[in-house]
Design a protein around this ligand. Sequence first.
Ligand code: SF4
Ligand code: SF4
Length: 440
Amino acid sequence: MLKTFRGGVHPQDSKSYTRDKAIVEMPVPKKVIIPVSQHIGAPGNPVVKVGDDVKKGQLIAYNDTFITSSVHASTSGKVVDIGVYPSSYKNESLAIVIESDGLDEWALGLPMHRDWENLDIKEIHQIVRDSGIVGLGGANFPSHIKISYGPEKKIDTFILNGAECEPYLNGDYRIMMDHTERLAAGVKIAMKSLNVKRGIVGIEDNKPEAVKAMTEALKGTDVQVVAVPTKYPQGAERMLIKVLAEREIPAGKRHSDIGVVGMNVCTIDSVANAVINGIPLIERVVTVAGDAVAEPMNVMVRIGTSFKDVIEFCGGLTKTPDKIINGGPMMGYAQGSMEVPVVKGVAGILAMTKEALCDGDEEACIRCGRCVEACPIGLIPSMLSILGEKGRYEEAKEKFGILNCIECGSCSYVCPAKRNIVQYIRYLKNLNWEHSPHHK
Ligand code: SF4
Ligand code: SF4
């Protein structure tokens, strides 16, 4: 019997809206707005100029530092502007705007089919780097760094994170069901790249079909497929590693410091697509749902497509939403505008009314202790929220370990006083942006 982690919650998973809907390819929009910064690290520098014709998959922004990620045109057309635009990552960013020519023509030499088993490790690292892949589960950390940790960090275990515990989101589940073979190849590529023998695929036990499909696809390999207990935030890397590798990440450390690299399903699918098919990261799966969306679905969306275009593709809005959420309801961010583009880290777009959100007015803490019980890290969220209100970052850091908070939202979820605990925590961390997990 697998051990579980302390705390956590069991929110209504609301997966049924899109769970059985295969991934649908959205047609290319008339215009894409592609930010040069969609990742942790240095933004790309544009390598095209206004008036240039570009092709699908062509490099359009690049930086030669190590902690960065390349950016590619997600369709063919003309560059009509390069300027600062609102973004779904970091509020705003320099962006390259491409007006589609409707032809959707690949750049010269793409796609490029490769016999990946004969590539050496360095070639794999370079392909991942050149393909602009970042952590697509929301971390936005450049994948070429993670996938090349191998010997230097003494990595011995690779974990594919298929837990996808956020309510509503089904993109990873659908990739496990719809791209099973490619994803299984991606696991082998990651293990080769990291030079590890031990591979584990962790999938929540509420997705038995995915467990079955991945077990079948990885039969005869050293990779173990494990059904983990369904409990939020099981998909947080810290929790999954604890349950699967039975290792704790010490405070202030990362999983790579304890010999483990974990990557999420969508990221590894993109790695496989890049290494096997030579296709850079120009699209991703987005779950579109919420009670205000006409037809919830899992959509393959070109990077740079506006939230508005994606929602219109899903039949538009049937009610006025109170919030448009980028991501899931537990860890996502409310977006101020539907004009922002889908960037690499956008796993979900939820349009939800007040009733569906169960939002209420925030009240004073009644010291019930529920948030303390729910916190999987063992923090005192009530205290962090009070310090957040007062802007007392140093105290939150030194006495209450705010830097260990994974922003899972379990505390806010259980709070009967509807306190926006995570918002307070994010506010404090943003006063010290370099400490946010979104900055690592
Ligand atoms: S304090 Fe942080 S880690 Fe703990 S429950 Fe709240 S958001 Fe999650
Ligand atoms: S759950 Fe809410 S009301 Fe209860 S102790 Fe925590 S912050 Fe206070």
